[in-house]
Structures are given as C-alpha cells and as structure tokens.
Design a protein. Structure first.
Length: 328
C-alpha cells in the first residue's frame, strides 16, 4: 500500500509540474520548448539519404508567437509557380533557424524584404527569393538538401547563409517519446545536457567554444569546408551564381573577439577558393554595438529580431546593387 501511494504521489506531482511548466511556457517564450513545438508541428523525417529531417509541406504553427507557414514545396516562402517564368530571376537562400526568421513575422524576414525591394525596381524581370532554410541544419545538411533537391528549382543565384555554428557535427538521433511529449522532461533534459557539456569542456564563454570549433583539426570545420566547396562546384557546373552570407553570433561582436577570429578563418578559406562572400559582422557591430542584446528575439534567445533582419536585408541589397546582381 505504501508503494502504491508513493507511485500515485509521484504521478500527481509530475502531472501538476507538467501543467505548471506548460502554463509558464504558454505565457513566456522559452527557446527549448519553442524548438520542441517546431519539431513536432513542422518537421518530418526525410527520405533523402544523409538528411535527418525536412519541413512538412503545407504545415502551419505558431512558434515564438509568430506564425510559420510552410508552402507546398516545404519552404517558408510564397507558393512557387509550376514552372520558372521566362523573365523570372530566382535567388535561392540556404540556411537554418536564423534564415527562416525565428520569432520574426514573415513580412519582416530579410528574404521577404529582399524580394519585395527587387520587384519594386522595375527591371522588367520578376524576382523570386526562395527561403529554403530549415532549423537544426548545418552546412553539411544544407549541401545535401541543395544537391539532391533544391537545384531543381533552377535558381540563378544561390546564397548560403552561413552561421558560425554551421560547423557543428549534428546528431542524427531523434528525441525520445517523453522528451517530445513532456515540456517538463524536455526542459530538465536540456538543462542537464547543457550543464554536462559546460563541465566537460570547461568553456568560460561561447567564444571559446567557437575557437575550438574552428581549429584546423576540427572534424566539423573540415566537413563544413567540404560542404561549401560541394555547393560552389555544383553551382559552377550548373552556371549558377554562388555566394556566402556570413552571419555573426550576437553574443559578442567586438573587435578582436574570438568569434571575429573565427570569421577571419572562414573568410580566408572562401578567399582561397575564390568564393564570393559578404560578412555581416561589421554592419551589426556598427549598428548595434559590441553586444547586440537589444535585437535578440528574446532575453535568452540570441536569434536576431525584425531589426536584425532589416539590417541583413539592407546590406545584402546594397551589395547586390553595388556590384550588379546580374554579373556577380
């Protein structure tokens, strides 16, 4: 009887704690829980070898209090016509959660702003900017997705929106049943995992983590370099323009920071292989200072908000305008 009562007490405690956590995460935005919602409502397992997941075509969910609507092609973009138009110029953007506009309204995402502005230029062409990004992708997954599927969209220009953690090695193992279905367990699990990782690696700052990520011997960085070269060479063979848009982490934008040193390594690699790039770190630092917390999408989530996306759009548009989009 004591055992039964103990089990019942534990179950009641768990149920009440789960309800409390769900109420809390329903009122406030929590990155771990919002990612859980994103995974459950918008992602599916991919049939493409090497890919862990893709978007569910036609799915829609409110994530970070903003609606993310996926079109029939699996993108957070307007519906694409059945065939590419004769005077249509297509820009395909590869990326992950920043690119998709995490916590940002669709109309404020930099790809949406870019498409709107280009079509206001009255060039005689129709511009379509395809935001093919999927959260929890790295450079390797973006390369696979592009080479196996996205090239069929016949883009004229391909932009790899590269974030500094795109050199991470991602686990292909999915979350367990309880993590998927319990907000309480998901929160506790993620906090324990983060604590173990911090103790194991003894990183004082996120910059130290990035420093190690970009060591010459880092397998993740080696894989990322190969992925970038794969996309570049594929585009060259297919007569598509290709460029890399370097996106900084908003924790520390200061001159001489460890993150900036990582950006220098990335740019040295791109220069060596004659790959066009635009580094957004100087623009973010000039506009928002060394610490850009005021444009974090949430107090504990450093994804850029609408102001950050506006800066991304303006710099990319000015870059295109400066060199001529049709010749770059």
């Amino acid at each position: 009887m004591n055992l039964v009562l103990t089990i019942i007490g534990i179950l009641i405690f768990f149920i009440l704690a789960e309800i409390g956590v769900r109420i809390y995460t329903g009122i406030s935005k929590n990155f771990d829980i919002e990612m859980l919602r994103y995974a459950k409502k918008l992602k599916k397992r991919s049939d493409i070898p090497g890919l862990s997941h893709e978007h569910i075509p036609g799915a829609e969910a409110r994530i970070m209090r903003e609606v993310i609507k996926i079109n029939r092609s699996g993108f957070r973009s307007i519906e694409l016509p059945a065939a590419k138009g004769e005077k249509e110029y297509r820009i395909l953007v590869l990326g992950s959660s920043i690119t998709i506009g995490w916590g940002v309204p669709f109309e404020s995402v930099f790809t949406t702003l870019l498409e709107k502005r280009l079509n206001a230029e009255n060039t005689g062409k129709t511009f379509t900017v395809i935001n093919s990004s999927i959260a929890n992708y790295n450079a390797v997954l973006q390369a696979i997705y592009f080479k196996e599927k996205l090239y069929k969209l016949e883009p004229d220009t391909v932009i790899l929106h590269y974030f500094i953690n795109d050199a991470e090695i991602l686990s292909s193992q999915g979350a367990g049943f309880f993590i998927k279905n319990s907000h309480l367990i998901a929160l506790v699990y993620n906090r324990i995992k983060q604590a173990i990782a911090a103790k194991k690696n003894n990183y004082a700052t996120i910059g130290e983590y990035y420093r190690d990520l970009y060591k010459p011997s880092s397998q993740g960085w080696l894989d990322a370099r190969k992925a970038i070269l794969d996309i570049s060479r594929f585009c060259l063979r297919s007569h598509m323009n290709f460029m890399v848009l370097l996106q900084p982490d908003l924790h520390d934008l200061s001159n001489g920071s460890l993150q900036e040193k990582c950006h220098e390594k990335i740019k040295d690699f791109l220069k060596k292989h004659d790959i066009t790039f635009l580094d957004l770190m100087p623009a973010f630092r000039a506009e928002f200072g060394d610490t850009a917390r005021k444009i974090w999408v949430n107090h504990d989530d450093s994804h850029p908000n609408s102001s950050g996306h506006k800066l991304m759009f303006e710099n990319l548009y000015n870059y295109f305008n400066g060199i001529g989009i049709f010749i770059f």
